[in-house]
Design a protein around this ligand. Structure first.
Ligand SMILES: N=CN[C@@H](CCC(=O)O)C(=O)O
Ligand SMILES: [Zn+2]
Length: 402
């Protein structure tokens, strides 16, 4: 296996406190200044101060940029067809977001071919990669029939191992007014058929989608078939999503906007990650989640982009970091941790979201001296190159004749 030495790193975020210059938990990001990284095949072989770097087969000078682990996007809905820009426009002019908007995407997704869905999905993945995302969780949820959900999972699985069955997104039109019957079908037919193609089971536990009892039935069926639960909870209203997620040992409960003190305590005392998705709150003009309270209470907070055609049609983790800092009152360090190690925690992964020997060699190089610039320079495309599995997979082109 050939080794590559990356040098000229002004600031390296390792997310491994013991490796950082401070050498302790006081710096959760484990920052090393004037650093170097050695990649060996798909893995990180060494990180440390450039002055101590071992020899390698080849070297690349990153010219004073910052390096951080590739972003871990733990919540996305990239398998869909169609466009809901008109719905977005109406919303920005006062129309309220409701879960029912999902049905428009369901009709288009059912009608699309697998190749069309794959092509849209690959474009979104490529867009997110260019912004530094190297691990993506992908949900079904716009098929809502056994055949169509299965197809979505199979398409998702072509590009990621983090595949989630979200059959219970909303009840489809043919089950209008019969949500219990749809849940029964999900439990009896969809989960058993689809489980071999997924790692996770998810449910939209929300008014207008699925109530507590229905959500519990779906998640329990998934667990019975070997899937690990995650929950869309407390997005649009207060509700039972958080408590249910904690009760069932979900890896993560996502959105977490409308939380009671008891919800915050439950999250702080559990291993369930609280994933904030501020792109959705931004694009629905809803309130933001109480991330500061969650962090101060001791909950583990992850940050995701929630790419989907209805509430958050963005793939940009840097954009979400900027909102998390500006409007959720997370510090820039907290937001960067949440978008990397936090996302990994939400996916129960230890090989990504960190840069230490043995970790997967997924990293982003910023055209900036440190990671703080991600929030400090909102909207600026700072990611200048990206490595995935040890390979340089993206390099920003310069201005021609400029
Ligand atoms: N909240 C539920 N699901 C998506 C929105 C889906 C849609 O509106 O198409 C979300 O995570 O925000
Ligand atoms: Zn979602």
């Amino acid at each position: 296996m050939s080794t590559t030495l990356l040098t000229g790193i002004k600031t390296l975020v390792t997310n491994s406190p013991e490796l950082g210059d401070a050498g302790s938990e006081t710096d959760r990001l484990g920052i090393i200044h004037d650093a170097a990284v050695v990649l060996d095949g798909e893995s990180v072989a060494w990180v440390g101060r450039a002055a101590d770097a071992p020899a390698a087969d080849s070297a690349r000078d990153l010219e004073g940029g910052a390096v951080l682990p590739g972003f871990v996007e733990s919540h996305s809905h990239m398998i869909f067809a169609g466009d809901r820009s008109e719905e977005f426009s109406a919303r920005m002019q006062g129309k309220k977001y409701e879960a029912g908007g999902i049905r428009g995407t369901v009709a288009k997704t059912r009608a699309a071919s697998a190749e069309e869905l794959h092509c849209n999905y690959k474009n979104l993945l490529s867009e997110s990669l260019r912004q530094g995302t190297t691990t993506v969780e992908v949900k079904s949820g716009y098929g809502q029939s056994t055949e169509s959900e299965l197809r979505s999972l199979q398409v998702a699985g072509r590009e990621t191992d983090e595949v989630t069955l979200l059959a219970a997104h909303v009840a489809p039109p043919e089950f209008a007014g019969r949500t219990d019957d749809y849940v029964q079908m999900v439990v009896d037919e969809m989960v058993p058929t689809c489980a071999p193609y997924a790692r996770w089971i998810d449910v939209f536990c929300e008014k207008g989608a699925f109530n507590e009892e229905q959500s519990r039935a779906v998640l329990t069926a998934g667990i019975k078939h070997g899937l690990t639960p995650r929950v869309h909870g407390n997005q649009l209203n207060p509700g039972p999503g958080v408590q249910l997620a904690v009760e069932l040992g979900a890896a993560s409960v996502d959105h977490v906007v409308h939380l009671s003190e008891a919800d915050i305590d439950a999250l702080a005392q559990s291993a369930t990650v609280a994933t904030v998705l501020p792109g959705a709150d931004f694009s629905t003009r809803n309130p933001y989640p109480p991330a500061r309270k969650l962090l101060d209470a001791g909950a583990t907070v992850a940050l995701g982009a929630d790419c989907n055609p209805g509430t958050s049609f963005t793939t940009s983790m840097p954009f979400c970091i900027a909102i998390a800092v500006r409007d959720l009152h997370m510090s820039p360090d907290e937001a960067v941790w949440a978008a990397t190690a936090g996302g990994a925690a939400a996916l129960q992964r230890e090989d990504v979201g960190v840069l230490r020997p043995g970790a997967r060699a997924d990293l982003s190089v910023l055209d900036a001296p440190n990671h703080l610039h991600l929030a400090y320079r909102p909207g600026v495309p700072l990611v200048s190159s990206v490595y995935s599995h040890g390979e340089l997979v993206y390099r920003a082109a310069g201005v021609l004749n400029g």
